[in-house]
Design a protein around this ligand. Structure first.
Ligand code: UDX
Ligand code: UDX
Ligand code: ADP
Length: 469
C-alpha cells in the first residue's frame, strides 16, 4: 500500500523549491514541510521577521505568512531534515557546465549528486526521493544507483521524477491550479506505490485528471520537451518578426491571426527582444547535448537553432538601436527600462537586457538602468560577468542605476524597453519626453506601449516586428 506522507523535506530553497513546498504546506496542513539550503543568508531571508523573502514572487509572501512556523520550516540543518522526512524533494541548482566534458551544453549535476550522496549517507529509514530540479534524461537512474549502492539494511529508496512547470512571476497561481502535475516512476509495484504516495499529496488540491503518471524517462524528457517547444514558439514568432520589419507586416497581427487556429493556440506567441530565464536555454542545450550523445546530429541541429535564433534576435535589436540613432551611439545616453528576464520577477538569469546593455557598452554609450525589482548588486554582478575583460571601474563609469523610470530617461537620447513591467505602460510619457534629448527615441522590445500615442507626443518609436517609420 502507498505510504502516507507526513513529513516532507525539500533540499534547495530557490525559485523552484521555495514556492513549490510553501504551497504544499499551505494546501496540506497535516504535512510538516521543511525546506533546507546550504546558503545561510538565503535561509535567514526566508525566516526573516519582516518577511523580506529571498525571491520576489506575487502572492508568495502571503503563503509563507500563513504557514511559516505552523507546518512550514526553513533551516540549514540538512542532515536532521533527511533523517526525519518520509519524502524528499531534491530541488538544487543544475547550471550549464562551464568546463570539462559537455561544457556550455551539459547540465552540471554536481549539486544533485552531492545532495543524493548526502541522503544515502544520512538516512536511517526508507525514503521516497523526488527529483524536482530540471535535469537531463536518466538522472533519476544515476540517483537510484547512488542511493542503492550506499543504502543501509532496512532502508529502501524509491526514486520519482516530478518536474516543476511553474513560470516565474506567476509561480503561486501556477502552483494553485497547475495545467498538470507530472510524476514519473519505475513501473514496478514499489515504483507505482511511491508514485501513488506523491500523487496523494497533490490530490489535496489538484483534480485527479490533471495528475499524470508516466515512466521515469518519459517524465524527465517531457520537462525538456515542454520547455524546448515553448521556446521554439518564441523563436518562431521572433523569426517572423524579422520578416515583418522588412516587409511592412505587423507581428502582432500575424501572431493573432495564426494563434486563432485552435491547433496553434493564442498563448506564448509574443514577439520580444529574446527569451531569457534559467530554463529555456539551459534545457534546450541539454536536449542538444543529449541528442548528440545519442548520435542524432540532425535532431541536435534542429533544437540548437532555437537558441541561435534567440541570440540573433538580441543582436538584431541592438543593431537596430544603433542604426536608428544615425549609426552611432558612442557617447550617447540610453535608458534601459527593465533588467529582469520577464515582468513580475526579480530574476535576471539569461535576461536579454544583459546582452543589450553589454552591446551598448561596447559601442561606448552611457546606459541608465531602471528595474522595479532587481537589486543594484545583482545588476553590477551580471554586467561584470557579461564583460569579463572590462574592468569594474569602466563599467561603473558607463552605467548608472536609477531609482525610477523617469530618472533613467532624463537627458537620454533613447529609451529601450527590455522587460514588460506594467508600470512602464503607465509612466507619464509626456513628462519623459520633456526631459529627453531631441529627437527622442523609444525602442519597444516588448510590444508594450501604444506606439501611436507616443508618436503623437513627439517620440520616434521603433517597435519589434513592425517596420521602421
Ligand atoms: C519557463 C516555463 O514557462 C515553465 O513552464 C518552466 O517550468 C520554466 O521555464 P519561466 O522561464 O519562468 O518559465 O518564464 P516564461 O513565462 O516561460 O518566460 C520565459 C521567457 O520567454 C521570458 O524571457 C519571457 O519574456 C519570454 N517570452 C514568453 C516571450 O518573449 N514571448 C512570449 O510569448 C512568452
Ligand atoms: C494543411 C493545413 O492544416 C491547412 O490549415 C491548410 O489550409 C493546408 O495545409 P492539409 O495539408 O490538407 O492542411 O492537412 P493537415 O491535416 O494539416 O496535415 C498535413 C500533414 O501533416 C499530413 O501528412 C498529416 O498526416 C501530417 N500530420 C498532421 C502529422 O504528421 N501529425 C499531426 O499531428 C498532424
Ligand atoms: P532553482 O531555480 O532551480 O530553484 P536556485 O539556484 O534558485 O535554483 O536554487 C537552488 C538552491 O539549492 C540554492 O539556494 C543552493 O544553495 C541550494 N543547494 C544546492 N546544493 C545543495 C545541497 N547539497 N544541500 C542544500 N542546498 C543545496
Amino acid at each position: 500500500a502507498p505510504l502516507k506522507v507526513n513529513k516532507i523535506l525539500c533540499i534547495g530553497a530557490g525559485y523552484v523549491g521555495g514556492p513549490t513546498c510553501a504551497v504544499i504546506a499551505l494546501k496540506c496542513p497535516h504535512i510538516t514541510v521543511t525546506i533546507v539550503d546550504l546558503n545561510q543568508a538565503r535561509i535567514d531571508a526566508w525566516n526573516s521577521a519582516d518577511f523580506a523573502l529571498p525571491i520576489y514572487e506575487p502572492g508568495l509572501e502571503d503563503v509563507v505568512r500563513q504557514c511559516r512556523g505552523r507546518n512550514l520550516f526553513f533551516s540549514t540543518d540538512v542532515d536532521k531534515g533527511i533523517r526525519e522526512a518520509d519524502l524528499i524533494f531534491v530541488s538544487v541548482n543544475t547550471p550549464t557546465k562551464k568546463s570539462g566534458v559537455g561544457a556550455g551544453f551539459a547540465a552540471d549535476l554536481n549539486y544533485v549528486e552531492l545532495a543524493t550522496r548526502q541522503i544515502a549517507a544520512v538516512a536511517t529509514s526508507s525514503k521516497i526521493v523526488v527529483e524536482k530540479s530540471t535535469v537531463p534524461c536518466r538522472t533519476a537512474e544515476s540517483m537510484r544507483t547512488i542511493l542503492e549502492a550506499n543504502s543501509k539494511p532496512n532502508c529502501r529508496f524509491d526514486i520519482l521524477s516530478n518536474p516543476e512547470f511553474l513560470a516565474e512571476g506567476t509561480a503561486i497561481s501556477d502552483l494553485f491550479s497547475p495545467d498538470r502535475v507530472l510524476i514519473g516512476s519505475l513501473q514496478t509495484p514499489e515504483g507505482k506505490a511511491a508514485c501513488a504516495s506523491l500523487a496523494g499529496v497533490y490530490a489535496n488540491w489538484v483534480p485527479e485528471n490533471r495528475i499524470l503518471t508516466v515512466g521515469l524517462w518519459s517524465s524527465e524528457l517531457s520537462k525538456l520537451a515542454a520547455n524546448a517547444m515553448l521556446a521554439q514558439r518564441i523563436s518562431s514568432v521572433n523569426a517572423l518578426s524579422a520578416i515583418c520589419e522588412a516587409t511592412g507586416a505587423n507581428i502582432d497581427e500575424v501572431a493573432h491571426a495564426v494563434g486563432y487556429d485552435s491547433r496553434v493556440g493564442p498563448k506564448f506567441l509574443k514577439a520580444s527582444v529574446g527569451f531569457g530565464g534559467s530554463c529555456f536555454q539551459k534545457d534546450i542545450l541539454n536536449l542538444v547535448y543529449l541528442s548528440e550523445s545519442l548520435h542524432l546530429p540532425e535532431v541536435a541541429a534542429y533544437w540548437r537553432q532555437v537558441v541561435e535564433m534567440n541570440e540573433y534576435q538580441k543582436r538584431r535589436f541592438s543593431k537596430r538601436v544603433v542604426d536608428t540613432l544615425f549609426n552611432t551611439i558612442t557617447g550617447k545616453r540610453i535608458a534601459v527600462l527593465g533588467f529582469a528576464f520577464k515582468a513580475d520577477t526579480g530574476d535576471t538569469r539569461e535576461s536579454a537586457a544583459i546582452t543589450l546593455i553589454r552591446d551598448f557598452q561596447s559601442e561606448r554609450a552611457f546606459v541608465n538602468i531602471y528595474d522595479p525589482q532587481v537589486s543594484e548588486t545583482q545588476i553590477w554582478s551580471d554586467l561584470a560577468e557579461a564583460s569579463p575583460t572590462v574592468p569594474a571601474e569602466t563599467i561603473k563609469k558607463q552605467v548608472k542605476i536609477c531609482g525610477s523610470a523617469l530618472e533613467a530617461c532624463r537627458d537620454a537620447e533613447a529609451v529601450v524597453i527590455a522587460t514588460e513591467w506594467k508600470e512602464f505602460k503607465e509612466i507619464d510619457w509626456k513628462e519623459v519626453y520633456q526631459h529627453m534629448k531631441k529627437p527622442a527615441f523609444v525602442f519597444d522590445g516588448r510590444l508594450l506601449v501604444d506606439a501611436a500615442a507616443l508618436t503623437a507626443i513627439g517620440f520616434k518609436v521603433t517597435t519589434i516586428g513592425r517596420p521602421s517609420l
